[in-house]
Design a protein around this ligand. Structure first.
Ligand code: XMP
Length: 319
């Protein structure tokens, strides 16, 4: 087991040496890796760090507010929130292929991020939340510079002409170490224990074409799933809990009339490594509450199903 206090102290010294008196930018995703990276860099260089959060329109309900709140309460640096929903949705219009969705979201993310980064005066460094498994999964080795691996893994690769020097203070750590470092830095539990969320966001949980209307429906349903899982005290026993919206309508009864409305899938999985996973045996009472609330509170949804498939043969995400 590592001495996390010593790790934090040494990282701050190393970062200060590496960065000198230059400015740094860091992309925040809402996840633990980028938050811990930003917190470490902020400790080292204070207000010479600027964080950038891109609202892709593919985030979950409350995500932007939660990132901004955690940031304002814990950081001494500047946060730029880029509103880019229209750009992402325009590029995704009519696209149904999951891999193409990933490519589009990845490319658009880079374009938006690069545009914003270029506006940050005098920024010479880019801080990335690359962790050890990212390097291994991307075919890298610990001693090879992990240049751009995290972005590559998550959203499709940064262009070569983005002229920043990289800082990757977490590149030797596993996820659990990153959480411990986050605790050491005093980040809130809410960030440290967060379930992973894929880079392409809700685009791969909105099966078929991605539209604003479907995303809004999905966001509401997903918020109910997460809220009820937390209320039942299950959040930390589950590895990922989320909703998916299907591209089909099925018949139901609304106000005494036949109505064709959407179907929401609830997916809760338990895993150690995310390579294999089992579906979580969420108590029926919790599933019942989730189903009742979604069909009552989310307009346009008349059916809720629970995914009881392990990985393999299924994957965790539906796309
Ligand atoms: P699957 O669906 O492949 O998911 O069983 C395994 C883990 O990876 C996440 N995931 C992604 N993360 N970009 C990401 O950053 C992606 O395109 C992507 N696809 C899946 C998924 O949420 C799970 O944690």
């Amino acid at each position: 087991m590592r001495d996390y206090k010593a790790f934090v102290e040494q990282s701050i010294i190393d970062l200060q040496k590496q960065i000198g008196s230059e400015r740094v930018i860091c992309g925040l995703s809402g996840g633990v890796d980028s938050a811990v990276t930003a917190a470490l860099v902020a400790k080292a260089v204070g207000d010479r760090l600027t964080c950038i959060f891109v609202n892709t329109g593919l985030m979950r309900k409350g995500e932007i507010e939660s990132v901004a709140k955690v940031f304002n309460e814990n950081f001494d640096s500047k946060l730029i929130v880029v509103e880019a929903e229209d750009r992402f949705l325009a590029k995704l219009a009519g696209v149904t292929d999951p891999q193409l969705k990933r490519k589009i979201v990845g490319k658009e993310f880079i374009d938006v991020f690069a545009e914003e980064a270029a506006k940050v005066d005098g920024a010479a460094f880019l801080a990335q939340g690359t962790i050890y498994p990212d390097i291994v999964e991307s075919g890298g080795t610990p001693d090879k510079p992990a240049s751009l691996i995290k972005f590559h893994h998550n959203v499709g690769g940064l262009p070569d002409d983005l002229e920043f020097k990289l800082v990757e203070p977490l590149r030797d750590l596993y996820k659990e170490d990153v959480r411990q470092v986050g605790r050491e830095l005093g980040l809130p539990q809410e960030i440290i224990e967060r379930h992973p969320f894929p880079g392409p966001g809700l685009s791969v949980r909105c099966l078929g074409e991605v539209t604003k209307e479907k995303l809004d429906t999905l966001r509401e349903a997903d918020a109910v799933v997460r809220e009820e899982i937390r209320k039942a005290g299950l959040y930390n026993d589950i590895s990922q809990a989320f909703a998916v919206i299907l591209p089909i309508q099925s018949v139901g009864i609304r106000n005494g009339e036949r109505a064709y409305e959407s179907t929401i899938v609830v997916r809760c999985i338990s895993t150690g490594d995310f390579v294999t996973a089992s579906w979580t045996h969420v108590p029926f009472e919790t599933l019942e509450t989730i189903s009742k609330r979604i069909t009552a509170e989310v307009p346009g949804v008349n059916r809720v199903v629970y995914d009881i498939t392990a990985k393999p043969p299924a994957t965790i995400e539906w796309e």
